[in-house]
Design a protein around this ligand. Structure first.
Ligand code: S3P
Length: 190
């Protein structure tokens, strides 16, 4: 992670949200969409549309690796199409592949929404649409995966925001301020 501006200009001015399941990426993505007017792309939704089935169905019928390939495909498509001025929220495992880490940074300003395992458990325990947490001991799964993934989140992100104890409006304001700085003062961010 670095706070520096990249040496190369940013042809793609997107705000990309990464982080663990339940870290608030989709909610913050919608909030930024409202505040900024940039369209919101949720990669999980894009994958479900592409595959014509839900994420649990993809995991069950085709396996996790097939899902990971679709994640990479979605990012590649966005880079090829030079997608710009969008808020892009990603699935919690998106940074596991090195190629995805590179694609994510090509897409724009990458923000890691970090949070504690306790927050994650509280936010994810009520729904069953996350195959990786459908197990006897979700807290154990969260702690293990979070430890494995945190170095990748850190490496991929330009900025980390610890979401614990912050309101969604505070998080979204912080992201907007930092994105303006990252893209340069000429950015057309409000
Ligand atoms: C996953 C996170 C999910 C979804 C899939 C796999 C993961 O997205 O992509 O269930 O590997 O962490 P959210 O982070 O939006 O829940």
């Amino acid at each position: 992670m670095d706070g520096d501006q990249d040496a190369t200009p940013h042809p793609m001015r997107n705000i990309v949200l990464i982080g663990f399941m339940g870290s608030g990426k989709s909610t913050i993505g919608r909030k930024l969409n409202k505040n900024l007017g940039y369209s919101h792309i949720d990669t999980d939704h894009a994958i479900e549309k592409l595959a014509g089935k839900t994420i649990p169905e993809i995991f069950k019928q085709d396996g996790e690796e097939a899902f990971r390939k679709l994640e990479t495909q979605i990012l590649e498509d966005m880079v090829l199409q030079k997608t710009t001025h969008h808020i892009i929220s990603t699935g919690g495992g998106m940074t596991a592949r090195l190629e995805n880490q590179i694609l994510l940074r090509q897409l724009g300003f990458v923000v890691w929404l970090s949070c504690t395992p306790e927050d994650i458990l509280a936010r994810t325990s009520r729904n069953t649409n996350r195959p990786l947490l459908q197990c006897d001991d979700p807290m154990r799964a969260i702690t293990k995966l979070l430890a494995e993934r945190s170095p990748d989140y850190k490496k991929t992100a330009h900025m980390e925001i610890t979401t614990t104890e912050l309101k969604f409006s505070e998080i979204s304001c912080g992201i907007l301020e930092s994105a303006r700085y990252h893209f340069g003062s000429e950015a057309e961010l409000p």
